[in-house]
Design a protein. Structure first.
Length: 401
């Protein structure tokens, strides 16, 4: 420095000050909660060491988050404070899967299956210690089958999270046990999951309706509970993505509980591709357009709104919506998105011309059944609608067939 003249010293000072400002800005971008006054008191070496320290802290947070959930992206653009909040959220969503070596010492299982669920069969089971009766979905997956293993873990994570939050109106999760089978005699290693949940004696809504559930008051109650159940899911940041009558369980008093969360997602998780999810009759306009144009789509809660709208229409009319029957009648292919659009539009046309339905009911279907994403109601709109109020006071039963 003693060998430099005033101009050189001035330029060097500016260079060092600019470097200092740059380091301070980088540190603030990594950790927005850092004390700026403390930074101003540090020299270049101290600032450089602090930046490295903060970068390492951020990398460690990202590593911990990825260990809990590998579906999240864009983490490298988050600061330490944001990553800390994400980590806490993922810890809250973590599910404990208990490894068992002999599940028969804990539960006895019925010989016959009582139904299907996701990739497995559902059996009645009894806890040997407590004597409690539950349902057990038993799924055997190859250890290398990453896709189905991820679906299973995602469903467990959502069920466990909803249990921790005390959310009612969804299938009651008890625990999950896994029996690991190592590779033997040339056979591939696999894991058998035992998903233990509450047992609902009423079965699913699809098989109970319309033969067992004809009473208008009962159907009115079920419509109201379905709306409340989906609203709870959405309030907790979850999109079910496969709502249909088969995925609604009933207890002995016909109270509803949503089940089968294999396709479900937290809406803040990774985008999905253009895969077609759901059942034809319950698909939203957004999903049909994804299918038709093969464009990317996010995980929308509005898909659930359309699905529940179709379910409520079935409950009001007292009969199933049947896309396959419509295609046979019109001599068109059910494997085309245009056919599905025409089918949904034909039902909406029937709703508009149905003199028995009130304006409040028609408004509900106009805003939920088959509508563009930007114009569709969310569940907050639904519970604030006149139709919802009519379900609450029971007057909506007058529109039921």
């Amino acid at each position: 420095l003693n060998g430099k003249d005033l101009v050189e010293l001035s330029e060097l000072l500016n260079e060092k000050e600019n470097k200092r400002k740059e380091l301070i800005e980088k540190i603030k971008s990594v950790d927005s909660e850092v004390n700026e006054e403390e930074l101003n008191g540090k020299d270049l070496v101290e600032l450089s060491e602090l930046l490295n320290e903060k970068e390492n802290e951020r990398k460690e947070l990202i590593k911990k988050i990825n260990e809990l959930n590998s579906d999240l992206n864009g983490l490298e653009n988050k600061n330490i404070g944001e990553l800390g909040k994400i980590l806490e959220k993922e810890k809250e969503r973590k599910v404990e899967i208990k490894e068992c070596h002999n599940i028969e010492k804990e539960y006895t299982f019925s010989k016959k299956s009582i139904g299907e669920g996701g990739c497995g069969e559902v059996y009645l089971c009894k806890n040997i210690r407590t004597g409690g009766c539950f349902a057990a979905k038993i799924v055997t997956l190859k250890t290398k089958d990453k896709h189905n293993c991820d679906l299973m873990k995602r469903e467990l994570k959502i069920l466990s999270y909803l249990k921790k939050k005390g959310v009612k109106k969804v299938m009651g999760f008890v625990e999950c046990c896994v029996v690991k089978n190592t590779k033997k005699n040339g056979k591939e290693a696999n894991d058998t999951y035992y998903v233990i949940t509450e047992y609902y004696k009423g079965g699913d809504l699809y098989h109970a309706f319309p033969k067992k559930i004809k009473d208008k008051n009962e159907r009115c109650k079920i419509c109201l509970q379905l709306i409340d159940a989906v609203k709870l899911l959405h309030d907790n940041g979850i999109a079910h993505r496969d709502l249909k009558l088969e995925n609604v369980l009933l207890d002995k008093d016909n109270n509803v509980f949503i089940c089968d969360f294999g396709f479900s997602r937290f809406v803040d998780e990774k985008e999905r591709g253009n895969s077609l999810l759901g059942t034809y009759e319950y698909m939203s306009k957004n999903l049909i357009e994804v299918w038709g144009k093969k464009k990317e789509s996010r995980c929308y809660q509005s898909d659930d709104v359309c699905a529940i709208s179709a379910m409520l229409y079935e409950l009001i009319k007292g009969e199933f919506i049947d896309y396959e029957k419509y295609c046979k009648k019109k001599y068109i292919s059910k494997e085309k998105s245009e056919s599905l659009k025409k089918f949904k539009e034909s039902i909406l046309s029937e709703i508009r011309s149905d003199k028995k339905l009130s304006e409040s009911v028609k408004e509900f279907f106009e805003k939920t059944f088959f509508v563009d994403e930007e114009n569709m109601w969310d569940m907050n709109d639904v519970v604030n609608s006149d139709f919802y109020k009519e379900l609450q006071d029971g007057s909506a039963k007058n529109y039921f067939s």
